[in-house]
Design a protein around this ligand. Sequence first.
Ligand code: FPP
Length: 239
Amino acid sequence: MTERRLLKIPQHVAIIMDGNGRWARQNSLSRLQGHKRGSEVAREIVTASARIGVSYLTLYAFSSENWRRDPHEVSGLMSLMKHYLESEAQELHKEGVRLKVIGERELLPNTILDLVEKVEELTKANKKLTLQMAISYGSRAEILHVVKQIAQKVRDRRLDPDKISEQDFEQHLYTAGIPDPDLLIRTSGEQRISNYLLWQVAYTELVFVDKFWPDFTPEDFMEALLTFQSRERRFGTAA
Ligand code: FPP
C-alpha cells in the first residue's frame, strides 16, 4: 500500500523498542512475555526494513541500565536473545542481513558472546541490511570509551590535541563506519533519547509513536517512514 509512496527511504533507522512491560501489564501477562512478543515484532521489522530498502537498522535491545533490573528479568532477556540468535541466524543470513552488536561486549555472558561472534562471522559479507543490535549499550559509556582511546593516542604522541577532528572521534565509536541514523523511532509515547546514540543522532529526525512496542506493526513502521519523508532536513543550513 503505502510502500510505493515512499520515495525517500531513510538509509539508517534506529529504534527504541519501548513499552514491553506496560503492554504485558495491560494484557495481564508477565514482563518476559512482553519481551517475547517484542522480539517477534523486532523480527518483523527487520524483514520489513530489508524489503523496503533500509540499509541499516539499529535496535536497542538491552541498555547498560537494564543490568540493574530484577535478575529474573535480566536472565530472561538474555535467554530470549540467545534463542533469537540461535533460531534466526540462518534465516537472517538467507535474507542478506549482516548482524553487528554494539555495546559493552565484555559484560555479556560467554554463551551470548560466543553466539554473537558466530553469527557476526556467518553474516559478515551480507549486503542487503546491516542489523546493529545494541546490547549492554549506553551512549555515555561509548563516548567515554572513545575519549580513553583518544587520550591514549595523545599520550603516545600519535595525535596532536589541537588537531582532534570529528572524524578522529567517530572512528572509535562502536558504530564506526556506519552512517548516522536518518530517523529515530521510539514507541510507547515516551519522548526521550535515553542514552541512545547521543553523538550519532545530532541531525536525526525523531518520531515518537504512541503505541507499546509489542503492538507496533510493519504498517506503523511505514507510517513513521512517511512522517520522515514529509520532513525537510537542512542539517543546520538556511532554508
Ligand atoms: C523496553 O521495554 C524494552 C526493553 C528493555 C528490551 C527490548 C527487548 C526486546 C524487544 C526483546 C529482545 C529483542 C530481541 C531482538 C531478541 P520496557 O521493559 O522498558 O517496558 P516498560 O517501559 O513498559 O516497562
